[in-house]
Design a protein around this ligand. Structure first.
Ligand code: CAA
Length: 702
């Protein structure tokens, strides 16, 4: 008997416990162990029924994702879970699946192979495989419609969102919800069922009859809008649709074929990279898990602008009382009104109740003074990007805050060490760089100054988890990881305009590559004046005779700050829909003429390579300098903060897939044409390309 599976007994009910921490994935030994227990139980005359339950925090989180690489390399065959699930379903003694935590992917598929399912009230079930670029591969697309009906199965398999216990019960996925002792409830049902005919999910065909074809058409339409560039969700719909036309066995064969095709796709490799990357970024080599953290019970935010308001919402949403301080009553009222409007919109969309909104609003205390700051465990500064102002504020809060209070800056570019120098506690100073809108975007860059304490970093990473955000640790440099890379990306987007591409060419090509938005559309959204202000701050660093992008500043001089003024690179209608601006092209031509830049026809490949390899080359530099801990940290910053397509895995993963030798060759071509000021290859890129290596291999050695 495998150590991963324990077989026990409660009178006449056998209890099979899966014990494969941390999440009871179906790793080698788990399915085999369950199967041999089921077979042993079938022969045991003392046993009349069976309960399968998970030890620890969850039932089964699915197939072991680490194993997929072995399948794509041919080391391990696909489809080994199917016969294991048939063996459960064919058990002559009824099997009750007792689910707490999650039953996801192969976990739900295992549960559906049982004859009955009982759920803890907080349990969730789902088929999230599409998020990994695959589809359910162990009969999920065939058994789920038989239990939940075709429409819900399409939705769950194609969009991957889990559902809660109550919904699972009403759909017929669960038979009972057990308040209190789950195992006792499952054993009780097993005993009741012992002498009954055990229903096999695969034989329950009633819900498959006459599905409305509109279900599939509507789902395909939604997939094309929301999962651009990804084949798996369409494959999931196809597989569920097949369940309504062909037998269970043929349906499983069809599902297995589509599963295999998805698993070997580049999209799946990239999404699996992102899945593990999201978890890797939390691991900081010199900060062990045991590092003590400060308790954060009260917070204060300085600045009630777009960022400050969004940051305060994170604290309120995490149940932490937060003071929001502004300099003037007007600004304070405006900021609080926006927070209220954001919450009200969510209530209107049904995301949460009015009571939830009222509780969150009650946690937010707007004020003009520093009253109560002495009790705060963390103060977050979120004012304009100006060093002098930030230093003034840090000196003020240093004088008021208790010694154990963390002082965080939401700066997106400025030197954390210089900010810390305004205080007597540089070890308590850290960057918490949120992304706009801060209550929505999942990325938080945590910026480590040279004196920042390890406990302050550990607290920040833990705080991000409370905010349900993904935190990435960055070293201190201008722009940290995300915005430092954005510099060359934005520069190339503007240079391409000066050299002959149109605003629409650049935006559309980058959008078609898979980014959420084109670069110039992003700048219009963020506000061109933000960059303008930062560039003025760093004007002294400009090198004489070195080309600088000219268009953004010219647009700002004309009062065209982007969406907020209705015009920037594009024009915006009252619904903020971008429209080509007839005045932009002549303006760009004039700027190019004045600067003596020769204009030409620029193709899509050049637009992509110049924008994306500008990111990669700067990313390689950040990695070489140790600003980013690993290439995957850079990928996660770009996936969660900058709209890089998840199915391409992030800029560094994309470069690995493209081939670093080919990336280097392209960078050298651009260097020859546009000069070393912009395109000298990062030493690490050269080194890895020369050695035939990848960024991923560099991460493994670190
Ligand atoms: N396989 C392997 N490892 C897994 C895993 C899986 N299915 N699910 C989670 N893990 C690992 C994580 O990588 C992490 O490892 P480290 O501690 O080494 O970083 C650890 O388990 C804990 O995971 P989380 O940090 O995510 O823990 P959490 O409590 O925040 O979330 C969870 C738990 C909701 C189950 C979440 O881990 C999750 O969503 N997991 C993936 C679920 C999934 O996609 N299942 C489908 C798999 S594919 C499949 O099943 C195909 C099929 O049809 C057969």
């Amino acid at each position: 008997m495998s150590q991963l599976i324990k077989l026990g007994r409660d009178g006449d009910v056998a209890i099979i416990t899966i014990d494969n921490p941390p999440v009871n994935a179906l790793s080698p030994g788990v399915p085999e162990g369950i199967r041999s227990s089921i077979e042993a139980v079938a022969k045991d005359p003392l046993v009349r029924a069976v309960v399968v339950i998970g030890a620890g925090s969850t039932f089964i989180a699915g197939a072991d994702i680490h194993e997929f690489g072995k399948m794509t390399s041919g080391e391990k065959p696909f489809g080994t879970l199917l016969p294991f699930l048939l063996a459960i379903e064919d058990s002559p003694k009824p099997v009750v699946m007792a689910i707490h935590g999650q039953a996801l992917g192969g976990g739900l598929e295992t549960a559906m192979a049982g004859h009955y399912r009982v759920l803890a009230p907080s349990a969730q079930v789902g088929q999230p495989e599409v998020k990994l670029g695959i589809i359910p591969g162990a009969g999920g697309t065939q058994r789920l419609p038989r239990l939940a009906g075709v429409a819900k199965a399409v939705e769950m398999c194609a969009f991957g969102e889990p559902i809660k216990a109550q919904e699972a019960l009403s759909l017929g996925i669960a038979d009972r919800i057990i308040e209190g002792d789950l195992l006792a409830g499952a054993v009780a049902l097993a005993r009741e069922a012992a002498d009954r005919h055990a229903p096999k999910t695969r034989d329950r065909n009633e819900k498959l009859a006459d599905p409305d074809p509109a279900i599939f058409a509507a789902a395909r339409d939604r997939v094309r809008r929301t999962w651009r560039g990804q084949p798996a969700p369409l494959a999931a719909i196809e597989a569920v649709e097949a369940s309504t036309r062909i037998s269970f066995e043929d349906g499983c064969r069809f599902e297995a074929k589509l599963f295999g095709e998805c698993l070997v796709s580049p999209q799946s490799k990239a999404l699996i990279h992102a899945f593990f990357g999201e978890r890797t970024v939390n691991k900081i080599p010199d900060i062990p898990k045991s590092t003590p953290v400060y308790e954060i019970r009260r917070a204060a935010v300085i600045g009630a602008g777009t960022m400050g308001g969004g940051i305060a919402m994170n604290y309120a949403n995490a149940g932490i009382p937060v003071i929001v301080k502004e300099a003037t009553q007007d600004a304070l009222d405006r900021g609080i009104a926006i927070i209220r409007k954001n919450y009200a919109n969510s209530v209107q969309k049904g995301r949460f109740s009015q009571a939830y909104m009222d509780e969150r609003m009650a946690l937010i205390t707007p004020q003009l003074s520093y009253d109560g700051f002495e009790q705060a465990d963390i103060v977050v500064e979120a004012v304009f990007e100006g060093m002098a102002l930030k230093k003034k504020i840090f000196a003020e809060i240093d004088a008021i805050a208790k010694p154990s209070c963390i002082l965080a800056s939401n700066t997106s570019t400025l030197d954390i060490d210089e900010i810390a120098s305004a205080t007597k506690r540089p070890q308590m100073v850290i960057g918490h760089h949120f992304f706009s809108p801060a209550n929505v975007m999942r990325l938080m860059e945590v910026v480590r100054g040279k004196a920042t304490g390890k406990d302050v970093i550990a607290t920040s990473m833990a705080l991000a988890k409370r905010f349900k955000k993904v935190a990435v640790l960055a070293g201190n440099c201008r722009g940290f990881i995300g915005n430092r890379m954005l510099g060359p990306y934005g520069r190339e987007a503007q240079f391409l305009l000066e050299e002959g591409a149109s605003v629409e060419d650049v935006n559309q090509t980058i959008y078609d590559f898979g980014f959420a938005m084109g670069p110039l559309a992003v700048f219009d959204l963020a506000g061109l004046d933000v960059g303008w202000r930062i560039r003025k701050e760093f004007k002294h660093l400009e090198r004489p005779g070195v080309r600088v992008p000219l268009i953004s500043d010219r647009l700002c001089e004309l009062g065209r700050f982007g969406q907020k003024t209705g015009r920037g690179y594009s024009r915006y209608d009252e619904n903020r829909k971008p429209l080509p601006d007839p005045e932009t092209a002549p303006l760009i031509e004039q700027i190019a003429r004045e600067a003596g830049i020769e204009r030409r026809v620029i193709g899509k490949e050049e637009i992509i390579d110049r924008c994306v390899f500008a990111l990669v080359n700067e990313g390689a530099r950040l990695l070489g300098e140790g600003i980013a801990l690993r290439a995957v940290d850079i990928d996660i910053v770009y996936l969660y903060g900058y709209g890089f397509p998840a199915w391409r895995g992030g800029p560094m993963f994309y470069a690995d897939t493209f081939g670093l030798d080919r990336v280097l060759a392209r960078v050298r071509e651009f260097e020859a044409r546009h000069g070393s000021d912009f395109w000298s290859p990062a030493p690490l890129l050269e080194q890895l390309a020369k050695a035939g290596r990848t960024f991923a291999s560099y991460d493994r050695v670190q």
